[in-house]
Design a protein around this ligand. Sequence first.
Ligand code: FE
Length: 336
Amino acid sequence: MNSRTLLVLLVSLLAYPAAAQDTLNLYSARHYQTDEALYDNFTKATGIRIQRIEGREDELIERIKNEGASSPADVFITVDAARLAQADALGLFAPIRSKLIEARVPAHLRSTNWVAFSTRARVIIYNEVTVTPDQVRTYESLAEPGMKGKVCSRSGSHPYNLSLGAALIAHWGEAKTEDWARRLVANFARPPKGGDTDQIKAVAAGECQVAISNTYYLVRLMRSNKPEDRQTMEKVGVVWPNQASFGTHINVSGGGILKTAPHKDAAVRFLEYLSSDEAQVHFANGNNEWPVVRTAIIKNPELASLGQFKADTLNIGQLAQHVATAQKVFDRAGFR
Ligand code: FE
């Protein structure tokens, strides 16, 4: 072999490292049918095939841990900052190095090792017959004595509530958040059960009068082809909490690149694709979430009908650091 041949060989080895980048192994804990089209579009745009493994977030995290260095997983995506933080705390993610993502995704919606691609707000809903919006302008108000026997909630250990608790700890500190949680629990109309949609239905039915819900559940009911779902939404009002202080708590869908990813380049391209206008619009139109990229123009009248609000701009990476404490605080307060 002459030196020129050797040079060509070296260059080609550098150009095609480890694995061919024409496949992406996606571990997804997002189970929205509307995401399928998104993946197809990525393949059409890049030629990179997506092999998808779906599961519950804890199962997928466990699987990646067990597979260790030989894990085929390239990207892990899920909903909720608490879950992304959990994966990150286990050391599963590698830093995301992309100028494009840095330019497109606002700084408070990414951490070093994971990035958000859509947002949802955790709002207060109330029964329009029995409660006025002025009674429930803040998360604090749900814990006031006037709300005794009126509040219903999903479990305090659910990641959506843990992320909210983490945000409150960041703003108020641990002691105030624990006091709030204890007084909130004292106001419950019934022990926590069901998902956000169950709380909305219970408020509409008058079983309780106020609850907290993610926005996309509201919009899903508004867009439902079942008349009873739309009637449910006619009976409840929506409040953007804490507009006069830190703003409404925001949670995210997001993802990260696994440290052991065999297809790191494809993984970066996939996360970059999720921040493209095309993908961003898709999240809004398909799953009723807000894009993280402001230039994305959405066509979702029901989502738009919720209007504008002041969102909490607490950094989601910072928020995630309080999730474990939030669990302890809620446990102590009896919010299970
Ligand atoms: Fe959800």
